[in-house]
Design a protein around this ligand. Structure first.
Ligand code: DHB
Ligand code: FE
Length: 265
């Protein structure tokens, strides 16, 4: 239904699309190639694959919209935790897990990591009880569970809830850098532009708590060689982390301390 916002946004979209076609003297063949790409993205997509989002991501659009939407988070140390794109691999209803549990089932060869920290109110510094961390990451083969027939359903995902002290801890894997799926239109765009499909190693989070603005974000491994060169432009300085060696824990070789800071509405 028409609203002032819809009218304004569509008028602007049409203006920019027409200007784009005029400026570049887009031909019928070129336009049809674009239409075919959109149709192909649609045909490839289902609940395991979101090619439309991937296409937007290689064009930098999700990253830009993230920045516009959450511009209050300015990537400064005294601000709430900076946001980053959701990406196409989040799934709702990840299993709830107890503190100290692992996200990992059936993967022996990974770099098991103990991640821990506190969720606080960024203004008062007080710990937030009952904050939920929804976590997801890839296996050492670079695949999320829904891309990989060899993983159990909902592997490498979990929802953890902080206690009174705002603290959380769990085991996961130190992630690996990996190519975004490039067998479709998003990959085609990368090829046409001589760009690589690699994302630096990262772990995804949605942190939510009653009364606080949810934080959609990712943290990135400083040692990854693609850290300055993310195919979907999501890296921000304050989200780069250091994995530390962990001694005396048979369950993990690495340790990752990270605190989340939330803002009220
Ligand atoms: C994209 C984001 C991810 O987090 C990921 O793992 C793969 C692709 C993306 O934005 O396209
Ligand atoms: Fe990802």
């Amino acid at each position: 239904k028409a609203s002032p916002r819809i009218r304004k946004v569509f008028a602007s979209l049409i203006t920019h699309l027409h200007d784009f076609a005029r400026e570049n003297e887009i031909t019928v063949d070129e336009w049809m190639a674009g239409v075919e790409m959109i149709n192909e993205a649609g045909r490839m997509s289902d609940d395991r694959r979101n090619e439309g989002q991937l296409v937007c991501d290689v064009l930098g659009l999700e990253s830009l919209v993230d920045e516009i939407t959450y511009k209050l988070a300015t990537d400064a140390a005294d601000e709430p935790t900076t946001t980053a794109i959701l990406g196409p691999f989040w799934r709702k209803d990840a299993p709830r897990r107890e503190m100290g549990e692992t996200t990992v089932t059936g993967i022996e060869n990974g770099d098991h990591t103990f991640m821990h920290g506190t969720v606080t109110d960024y203004l008062t510094g007080k710990p937030i009880e009952g904050a939920e961390l929804d976590v997801w990451h890839t296996a050492p083969n670079g695949l999320y569970e829904q891309q990989d027939p060899d993983q159990v359903d909902m592997n490498l995902r979990g929802r953890f809830t902080t206690g009174k002290d705002g603290k959380y801890n769990f085991y996961c894997l130190r992630p690996t850098s990996y190519p975004i799926p490039y067998d479709g239109p998003a990959g085609k765009i990368l090829q046409l532009l001589d760009r690589h499909p690699m994302r630096p190693a990262h772990i995804h989070f949605i942190v939510s708590a009653p009364g606080y603005k949810p934080i959609v974000t990712q943290i990135f491994d400083r040692r990854d060689k693609h850290i300055t060169d993310d195919a979907v432009f999501a890296v921000k300085e304050s989200l780069i982390v250091d994995f530390l060696p962990r001694k005396g824990d048979p369950k993990a070789d690495f340790e990752l301390p990270y605190n989340f800071k939330m803002a009220t509405y």
